[in-house]
Write a protein that binds this ligand. Structure first.
Ligand code: ADP
Length: 509
């Protein structure tokens, strides 16, 4: 198939979270299955710093934005293998085209700065949606599938029918819209509507309007031929009021075209046996009992914690955002530290200032039991996954989650909230799953600090009192295949279904 991938993030060019991991790896996995994949991205400043050579093309386009004509050039590159900038090898010939519009995209960050979101985000991403489709029409290709990701691309399924429907191949092309996180919707006030270049008749419930404003995500949900999310459980959860973020009625309406496919991990980057950030050759499922303690010792040294192989080490990596359960984590961490429990903690993250302050204060008071790094570091993320014994993900909700998959691969037992992709990927240790040897981690069933504390206690008891079961859990997790190969196969099936089902979205009036 000919597939166009349209996203604002893809490793190694631009990433703020899991979206970047997915769009850096899935196109390559699809190309490896024989598909022709073209990836479109904005030429953000980080693209120029990715260490991949960008070629100028003679392609350009212009879009009318209010009374102005805004032009852009296209730059081109080949997606590097394994999502890592290298000079050798590429990812099965995936071409990446970058929409180079410096006024919109050459900025220090992707979506905003310390002062909040950039005020012209509606203009920037409406431009990107139109520009991406213009770009596709410039190429001598007949795309079967236009695969869009998250709110930034939410207008594309609508434009495909309203603006470009009569354009050669586009009438037959089908749109797939993937929701990586329903909470981020791209909502703007109605005065921004003219930036879309559409007639006011489309400022309606059947078009872009949502409670008096604009909503990019809603538009994508309403008009895509197929909608996907990044795990089957999240695909169910978002149809409910509890997890629907106000869009559950629409998601129920479109339920026959809503599917969940669990993300994969890039196992050439996340592999403890070949990981370039680990020392002494790393380890695998046959050598972890000797290899993992080496990484644990190093992690303790990096964070200045007492080197001790027996003391349990709890690790966390992630955005310091409310979604990830930091209120609970900080409460339990404080208890552990103040009550002098025999446990060490290591945290890597960046995000909301209130969490920075609370974590900083604890790290300063308890430097011999709590190591903290506020910032973004690929190397440390790998070293924590390798060196910790337990990994916590008590998320309020979690569309898929990647860190628990890395933890399974690295023999670091995950404790997760039983929600979304976490419940689909981590098998809770119960009497039954332990007997069947399928257990790989622990579930929390209530979103509370008490529950988190109890589940950590249960895990630590098992580790200490039943080391054989603990060992089996680690080895079961390490032996699983969470690579993109399986997910790419499921996307391939989904694309075929989408083509055979035909037009799906609400047709613009
Ligand atoms: P989300 O997309 O909600 O942030 P995911 O678990 O799906 O959560 O993906 C997060 C990705 O970002 C993982 O690859 C994780 O390792 C990485 N990550 C998050 N915070 C940091 C950080 N401070 N330093 C390095 N990597 C990070």
């Amino acid at each position: 198939m000919e597939i166009a991938f349209i996203s604002t993030e893809a490793v190694p060019f631009a990433k703020t979270g899991g979206l970047g991991d997915v769009c850096g790896a899935l196109p390559a996995a699809l190309a490896a299955r024989g598909h022709q994949v073209t990836l479109l991205l904005p030429a953000f400043r980080s693209v120029h710093a990715a260490g991949v050579s960008l070629d100028k093309t003679d392609l350009s386009f212009a879009v009318e934005v209010r009374e102005r004509i805004v032009g852009a050039r296209l730059l081109s590159a080949t997606l590097p293998a394994a999502g890592v900038a290298t000079t050798t090898g590429d990812a099965g010939g995936v071409q990446v085209l970058f929409i180079d519009q410096p006024q919109y995209f050459d900025r220090p960050a992707l979506y905003g700065d310390a002062g909040g979101d950039y005020v012209d985000n509606c203009e920037r991403f409406a431009f990107f949606c139109r520009g991406a489709l213009q770009t596709l029409t410039l190429l001598d290709r007949h795309f079967d599938i236009v695969h869009c990701h998250d709110w930034q691309t939410g207008l594309i399924p609508f434009y495909m029918r309203e603006r470009f429907g009569s354009h050669r191949w586009m009438e037959r092309a089908r749109s797939v819209f993937t929701i990586h996180n329903l909470a981020y919707q791209g909502r703007f006030w109605h005065w921004d509507f003219p930036l879309t270049g559409l007639d006011w008749e489309h400022f309606s419930p059947d078009g872009l309007e949502f409670y008096g404003g604009l909503n990019f995500l809603k538009t994508g949900i309403l008009h895509a031929d197929m909608i996907t999310t990044v795990s089957p459980t999240y695909a169910d959860e978002i149809r409910s009021e509890l997890h629907g973020c106000g869009l559950d009625p629409l998601l129920r309406l479109r339920g026959d075209r809503l599917r969940g496919i669990t993300n994969g991990i890039d196992d050439s980057v996340w592999n403890p046996a070949t990981d370039r950030y680990l020392i002494e050759g790393g380890y695998d499922v046959t050598s972890w009992t000797t290899g993992k303690p080496v990484q644990k010792r190093r992690l303790q040294e990096i964070f200045g914690l007492p080197v001790d192989s027996d003391i349990p080490l709890i690790g966390l990596v992630g955005r310091l955002a409310d979604q990830k359960g930091w209120d609970l984590i900080i409460e339990v961490l404080r208890q552990h530290l103040e009550q002098e429990r025999p446990v060490q903690w290591v945290i890597l993250g960046t995000g909301e200032p209130r969490y920075h302050v609370a974590l900083d204060e604890l790290a300063a008071r308890f430097p011999d039991r709590f190591g903290l790094k506020l910032g973004f570091s690929d190397a440390l993320a790998h070293q924590i996954e390798a060196g910790a014994d337990l990994f916590l993900m008590p998320s309020r909700y979690e569309p898929c989650g990647l860190n628990q998959l890395y933890s399974l691969r690295y023999g670091t037992v995950p404790i997760v909230m039983a929600t979304g992709g976490l419940v689909d990927t981590v098998v809770d240790a119960t009497a039954e799953t332990i007997a069947e040897a399928t257990a790989t981690g622990f579930h929390m069933h209530d979103f509370s600090a008490v529950e988190l504390e109890q589940v950590i206690g249960k895990a630590l008891d098992l580790r200490q009192q039943q080391p054989n079961i603990w060992k089996k859990m680690i080895e079961t997790g390490m032996s699983q295949d969470w690579s993109w190969r399986q997910s790419a196969y499921l996307y391939e099936q989904l694309y075929a279904d989408t083509v055979s089902l035909g037009l799906g979205g609400v047709i613009p009036g």
